[in-house]
Design a protein around this ligand. Sequence first.
Ligand code: SF4
Length: 260
Amino acid sequence: MAETAKILNPKKKVLIADLEAGCSLADPFKAQDVFAYKEKYPKSPVVTYINSYATVKAESDFCCTSANALEVVKYAANEFKTEQVIFLPDSFMGMNMQEDLAAEGTNIDLIYPGKNDSNLGICVVHEQFTLDMLKDIRKQFNMPKGKKETAVLAHWECKPDVLREADFYGSTSQMAKYIQNHQELRRIYLATECEMAANLSSEFPQVEFVRACSVFCPHMRRITLEKVLNSLENDVYEINIPENTRQKALKAIERMIAIN
Ligand code: SF4
């Protein structure tokens, strides 16, 4: 994310408070992995999730967020006149989108890590949510399916069976919109990173957010107020990206923005 800020603002100084604050999706996935997919599927465009490094974005045709991934995938297929699109690096999101595309009758074969190979791109936070966990929450907090006043919401990065169990799934902003559009909601459980849930709960004080959350991102937790202060006071750690890589990554991001 810090790199993305720098890609879009090359003349500004961008600092990150802790160099170890990575992401389990982004960290293991390298530019060589993108090359390997492109070599295997040479006619298919590459759509890369925003949670990836600049070097990976630089080798991709499009960037996407969890809020626009489906639209970008469909646009990419149309633009490249193909029915096959490579989506990297989140395996669960790939599986979920493939289900959604099939359900709406869109004929796109989505290639993602783990589909035709043994690679896996997983968010260590969202993989912790299970179908049993959601069923328990429904029972324990009287939140059966179909009840208008309650809802179980899940993030795109969760497993497919978790999404099937949820009343709604999407990005954090899409979940916020869902809550806003359902004024009758009084109790909600969010299958997503707990701090994200905390942000939404402050946005919607009229709703009770089920406090059964103990799923925190170890990477995001590395960014503390003290470290932000240290970063600002001592000018550490500055993000620098080679200009050639930045230009190439910028193209993938700009293509996404143009679609929006
Ligand atoms: S929650 Fe943490 S590990 Fe998961 S995608 Fe976000 S930054 Fe990466």
